[in-house]
Design a protein. Structure first.
Length: 508
């Protein structure tokens, strides 16, 4: 029955589709293949999430070799939720990408762009579904290498520098992770996550395991872009093609946080991570620094993509804050924020992509009066901005409500104050965009040499770009009004990480 093989199909379909995209050569055909793959992955992820919630954790043994001897794909609530986020963001963003990519990338390179896109999707999905730590590293490298290529496709020559910097930092992070995995294997003789969790307690008091933990924590933090290891992120988001910025903002950091959660709670265990290694205090401090520093820097940015990039540094801080609290409510806040922030940042970057499509710039000095010429696009940006701030009846409000609740449970009033201050700073940089777009007259001449007569002739973004943008705006509002689904899944995932659920085995 095909349903039994959905875990492996989740990875195999995009993996096979990548070379097909390259062989297709024609831009439209490559886009159609990438679109079909993304939506297929989304459907599979949805089925897996429904199945896991109904029957418990799924285990798929590749080739029929049972774990730990064989490679295992394991789907529990948290991995199914991350699969849904990654596949869903890719499915929506790929619709937006067709027009955006035609505008920003040379026609003879577009098929290569979609090849890298599908490979990136393969890696991200593989990370979320594998139950083997070395395979996780392999999928991490697949997603990273394809991401470097996607960023380098940017029309600005600085995209190459951004890609190179990301490559260097990403390589350092990956090296730390694989060294940590090597130490774990040396001490336990296994690479299966559950088998590691069973064998580690007997050797957890050794220096080797402590060093492995340190290497992996630093390596994953680099991949997540946790302050102060976030230096690669602003340029990567700023100079990548618009569709790539939206994809990365909605998926890459989310998968990075998933890796952190998986290693801390499934492999090492919360007791070792937070009691023995006292990581919760370190993560709490770094998270608060990220929450404050991100908005402070964002306020002074004139490039709106860079502004959102620094905002993402803060949002990563929010997610790690919930992890540091190491409670059901804290983990629920982190996991639900993975979903909500994916919706928020994707719609904001896509709105800027639509702006770039029309005026060739995302500088705040170039969007004066744009609210009257691109009303639907700028309205979508404002809606996303309100959710980013955390205004009630938006998805962003749900995230901050749970984070504040989790902080109050621990009696951490100063943390609540930091969250409120960061939200007020978000009001400042979102308002700068609103003021320029709605309350400033259009410039007579842009930095690109476009005269006022041409500016007045601007039109709204194409319908093919507006539909996915507004679909995510609607999702932001819906999940702000009725968060029972996302919070329910997030709480179940938090309980899985801190406890455990029943197991259903699917053979390969």
């Amino acid at each position: 029955m095909i349903k039994e093989h959905l875990p492996v199909l989740q990875v195999i379909i995009p993996l096979i589709a990548a070379p097909v995209c390259m062989l297709a050569y024609r831009p439209k055909l490559a886009w159609l293949i990438a679109t079909a793959v993304s939506w297929t992955a989304f459907i599979i992820a949805s089925i897996l999430l429904i199945t896991v919630r109904e029957t418990g954790t799924l285990s798929y043994a590749l080739g029929g070799w049972a774990a730990p001897w064989g490679i295992e794909y394991r789907v529990d609530t948290i991995s199914a939720f991350v699969l849904l986020i990654v596949a869903g963001i890719s499915a929506v963003t790929i619709l937006f990408a067709r027009k955006s990519v035609e505008r920003e990338i040379e026609p003879d390179r577009i098929y290569l762009f979609y090849t890298a896109w599908v490979l990136c999707l393969t890696g991200l999905l593989g990370i979320a579904i594998t139950g083997d730590v070395f395979n996780l590293f392999v999928f991490l490298e697949i997603s990273s290498l394809s991401t470097y290529a996607l960023i380098a496709f940017g029309s600005d020559r600085r995209a190459l520098i951004a890609a190179y910097r990301y490559l260097v930092m990403g390589t350092i992070g990956a090296t730390f992770i694989v060294i940590g995995i090597g130490f774990l294997y040396a001490m336990t003789g296994t690479l299966n996550m559950l088998d590691l969790a069973e064998r580690l307690p007997s050797v957890s008091n050794t220096r080797t395991i402590a060093v492995a933990f340190a290497f992996m924590t630093v390596g994953i933090s680099l991949k997540v872009a946790l302050f102060p290891l976030h230096a690669w992120l602003p340029n990567a988001y700023t100079y990548a093609p618009s569709a790539v910025s939206a994809l990365l903002a909605g998926t890459a950091s989310k998968v990075g946080v998933y890796i952190l959660l998986r290693f801390l709670f499934t492999v090492f265990g919360g007791g070792f991570a937070f009691d023995t290694m006292v990581l919760n205090g370190i993560l709490l401090v770094l998270a608060l620094l990220a929450i404050l520093s991100g908005p402070l820097i964002a306020v002074f940015q004139t490039n709106l993509k860079r502004m959102l990039a620094y905002s993402s540094v803060a949002q990563i801080g929010y997610t790690v804050l919930g992890v540091s609290l190491a409670s059901i409510t804290g983990l629920t806040a982190s996991i639900v924020h993975l979903f909500n922030h994916a919706l928020i940042k994707t719609v904001l970057f896509m709105a800027l992509g639509a702006v770039f499509y029309r005026i060739g710039s995302v500088s705040i000095t170039e969007i004066n009066g744009l609210g009257r010429r691109m009303p639907w696009t700028m309205a979508a940006f404002v809606a996303g901005g309100l959710s980013l701030i955390g205004v009630p009846m938006t998805a962003g409000f749900i995230s901050k409500w749970y984070l504040i609740s989790a902080s109050l449970e621990k009696g951490l009033w100063p943390v609540v104050v930091v969250i409120i201050i960061a939200s007020l700073l978000a009001v400042v940089y979102v308002w700068r965009v609103v003021e320029a777009a709605y309350f400033q007259p259009a410039a007579e001449k842009s930095s690109t040499g476009v005269t006022d007569t041409v500016i007045k002739g601007r039109e709204e973004a194409p319908l093919g770009m507006l539909i996915p943008i507004w679909a995510l705006v609607a999702a932001n509002i819906y999940f702000g009004l009725d968060a029972s689904l996302t919070t329910g899944v997030a709480r179940q995932a938090a309980e899985t990480l801190l406890g455990g659920l029943s197991l259903t085995v699917w053979g390969g």
